[in-house]
Ligand binder design. Structure first.
Ligand SMILES: Nc1ncnc2c1ncn2[C@@H]1O[C@H](COP(=O)(O)OP(=O)(O)OP(=O)(O)O)[C@@H](O)[C@H]1O
Length: 772
């Protein structure tokens, strides 16, 4: 806890307290004067959805009547919505606002309160503005008391002076603390006191360690190459033909070593061709980083792709039937099913079924009386083509000479058809009976309802989109009330699409049927050397396809860390199994020193992992400043604190690279919306990091393999990171991106994944209100 030495209030501070008690009383009176409680309009909303479905199914003669009904229902829904919104938008009386500013504009002084919802009661001179969106809130985020402001509102410039600004917390609906010069005034057991304390965390650099932007690009790679430790160098000295598994904690140099191994292989290989090397990474950000590292090493011709980019490109070349559009919205459970190792059991069952079908067909056409079918069914090779060849030999041996040419042709035709996998894919992912095999072997990791979901999702994908179905209907008749397409935001938006997960499944089906990874349209490209970075994120079915892209006699460097899995985690079992899915034999190296993060970050990142840690904590290469932690009453307070801290940091260390890493894209957008009001923060949700000084707001999934001078976790609260392995690994990834220092901000109760006993100092002496 901060060093608190209460003292009585000054007259000005007492006046401030009285003002805030008056604001709170005024909000309460205003809100209570408005009657809430309205019935929900659920029935009408459901009716509208039903009508929309009926419209899609209806014949042209019924459409006009249906449209009229849709109109009526929509009008009722809108009216209800307006009522409900009115009530929902009333301020929350427990904590109606979190900040206050006094502004002087056009000769008048006004008090403006900042809250999550806007609210105005002109009679009571009460104004609460939405801190995320109201233009005037910018004055609060960007000005110090006494500063002039100039803000664009509705194309007008409004000028004024910010006279005062305060953050406020509430307890049981009453003001409990208000920031003032040098600290805060605070109500303790009904008495108000002054508490001293700083309000901006003290980011402190590691002595002697340059910021990323301070490292001369020309020295960057040369520098690391010279620094590599014994274990890292040993990897580079291994035979280029060997497949190596490079394991180690976050920041232990796995990517660095894997990329430098390409340079080492290039040096030792007479006919080295960089275009015969493929580097696969999970995200676009890491692709950019790997490309930069390769360019620094003079290896810019090496292919670098995210796994998804690579398999999409290969699948579209090999399977010309693949639809142009990818599904915008795959249900999470279906995505999990399609990547789960249990799916192999469903594929096995499908393979048996296909074989039975082929045997029965040839038998029927050639009057085999069950004998041909029996021979085909009796074969046990994993690949259907091999079974058919085997069966053909047996059948032909027993067949009379006259029948042989026709039988031969029948088998050839059956084999020729094997490369058609489109229908098999649809059956596999849409047939409950087949998928039950997957759920069965998944031992509780997949639940039965996923069968229904997958079948439904596939059925909708196989539907023509409305635009195709109603091609004969006038375009203006297809206009909906809201002007959107009939499919938008409806489950039909997936009609005519494919899921990204289906690419690997198609390759697996093709292999199980033909023993090859090519069709008449094209073949999977092969490489002499593969680098697979962050391999822990790949599913067995994906690894099989990657393994088949390795040329005969080629080698691979597989790097990863099981503690950094960001999916549910079940696609990964052990490193041995992972390598065996790739179809290679490998030797493992463990890198034991973490170079990126200083000790305090590493300690916290390991404590957060708990049982999810793959091994003991690695050695930290250096000491560093403490991890900072701040628990605040809500998002509004967090936004203010983070923007103030970032502005102070930018003044002190303008060359620092800062990542604000939110749990997901939605949270990143919300944080960015506020930060962008007071500083030039970039929102990065497509991997397009600048690798330069400045503030970038992003989500955990984007930052795999990357590093930043400072990391701020803006949503380390219990709601965003509840207990659970998945959340522990996710936080571990976020924390371990920092080279210098980490600041954890919890808007609300701190996540339970942080150990209570851990010595993480409270960064700010912020008096908490009771409400979070
Ligand atoms: N021997 C070394 N001496 C000093 N710095 C090193 C050394 N090895 C690697 N580094 C640096 O440590 C940082 C982390 O390296 P790298 O990104 O390769 O780790 P990683 O194991 O791939 O991390 P992650 O698991 O987070 O992806 C980089 O800045 C790299 O330059």
């Amino acid at each position: 806890m901060p060093n608190v030495q209460p003292r009585p209030l000054t007259a000005a501070e007492s006046k401030l307290v009285r003002d805030h008690e008056a604001f709170a009383a005024s909000v309460r009176a205003s809100v209570l004067a408005k009657a809430p409680s309205q019935p929900a309009g659920t029935e009408d909303r459901l009716a509208y959805a039903r009508l929309r479905d009926e419209y899609a199914e209806a014949g042209e003669e019924d459409r006009i009547a249906l449209l009229a009904q849709m109109h009526e229902t929509a009008a009722r829904v809108d009216a209800r919505k307006a009522q409900l919104q009115d009530n929902a938008l009333l301020p929350d009386l427990h904590a109606p606002y979190f900040a206050h500013m006094r502004i002087r504009t056009a000769g008048k002084v006004r008090d403006v309160l900042l809250g999550a919802r806007p609210y105005v009661d002109a009679a009571r001179a009460l104004t609460i503005v939405d801190f995320r969106r109201a233009p005037i809130a910018e004055a609060f985020f960007t000005c110090e008391p006494g500063d002039d402001y100039e803000i664009e509102i509705d194309r007008r410039t409004v000028e004024g002076v910010l006279e005062a600004r305060h953050l406020v917390t509430f307890e049981r609906g009453e003001p409990a603390a208000i920031t003032v010069e040098g600290g805060a005034v605070r109500r303790i057991r009904g008495e108000w006191h002054f508490d001293p304390g700083a309000l901006v965390p003290d980011f402190s650099r590691v002595d002697g360690l340059p910021l990323a932007a301070e490292i001369d690009p020309a020295n960057r790679e040369k520098g690391v190459a010279a620094l590599l430790d014994e274990d890292q160098r040993a990897v580079l000295e291994r035979d280029p033909k060997e497949t190596l598994l490079v394991l180690g904690a976050a920041g232990s140099g796995k990517t660095t070593v894997a990329i430098h191994r390409i340079a080492a292989i290039a040096e030792r290989t007479a006919d080295f061709d960089p275009a015969a090397v493929l580097v696969l990474v999970p995200e676009v950000g890491l692709r950019h980083l790997a490309q930069r590292m390769l360019t620094d090493l003079g290896l810019e011709r090496v292919n670098v792709h995210t796994f998804e980019e690579w398999i999409r490109g290969e699948a579209r070349r090999v399977f010309p039937w693949i639809p142009a559009e990818e599904s915008p919205d795959v249900p999470a459970a279906v995505r999990r099913l399609k990547r789960h190792p249990g799916l192999f059991a469903a594929i096995d069952a499908l393979v048996e079924d296909i074989v039975r079908g082929i045997g029965a067909r040839i038998d029927r056409l050639h009057a085999g009386r069950g004998a041909i079918r029996e021979v085909v069914d009796a074969q046990r090779e994993p690949v259907i083509e091999h079974r058919l060849r085997h069966a053909e030999t047996i059948v032909l041996e027993a067949a009379p000479a006259a029948k042989k040419p026709l039988l031969k042709e029948a088998f050839r035709e059956a084999r020729r058809r094997l490369e058609r996998v489109q229908a098999d894919l649809h059956r596999l992912v849409g047939d409950r009976a087949l998928l039950e095999h997957a759920v069965h072997v998944a031992k509780g990791q997949l639940a039965m309802p996923v069968l229904e979901q997958a079948a439904e999702h596939t059925r909708r994908q196989l539907d023509d989109p409305s635009a195709v179905r109603f091609a004969h209907v006038d375009a203006d008749r297809l206009q909906t009330l809201d002007g959107r397409s009939l499919d938008e935001d409806t489950p039909d938006a997936v009609a005519g699409t494919i899921d990204a997960e289906d690419y690997a499944i198609s390759f697996e089906l093709l292999f199980r049927k033909t023993g090859r990874s090519g069709t008449r349209a094209g073949s999977l490209r092969r490489y002499r050397h593969l680098v697979i970075d962050e391999a822990q994120g790949l599913s067995p079915i994906e690894l099989r396809v990657i393994g088949r892209a390795l040329a005969q006699g080629g080698s691979a460097t597989v790097a990863g860390d099981a503690a950094q899995r960001l999916d549910e985690g079940e696609a990964f079992a052990t490193w041995d199994m992972l390598v065996s899915e790739l179809g290679v034999r490998s030797t493992a190296t463990h890198l034991e020193t973490s170079y990126r993060c200083p000790r305090p970050i590493l300690e916290l990142a390991y404590a957060v992992l708990g049982d999810e840690a793959a091994g003991p904590m690695p050695t930290a290469a250096r000491e560093g400043p403490p991890v900072l932690r701040t628990v605040l009453p809500g998002e509004g307070h967090a936004a203010v604190f983070i923007s103030e801290a970032l502005r102070a940091l930018a003044r002190r260390e303008p060359r620092a690279g800062v990542a604000v890493i939110a749990a997901d894209a939605k949270s990143a957008r919300a944080v960015h919306e506020v930060l962008a009001r007071s500083l030039p923060a970039r929102l990065v949700l497509d991997g397009d990091f600048a690798f330069a000084p400045g503030v970038e707001v992003t989500e955990v999934a984007q930052v795999k393999g990357l590093e930043f001078d400072y990391v701020i976790v803006p949503d380390a609260d219990a709601r965003t990171y509840p207990a659970g392995g998945e959340h522990r690994r996710k936080m571990h990834v976020a924390l371990t991106r920092a080279v210098h220092q980490v600041w954890i901000v919890a808007p609300g109760a701190l996540s339970p994944i942080f150990p209570m006993a851990l010595a993480v100092p409270e960064a700010l002496s912020w008096p908490m209100g009771q409400r979070t």
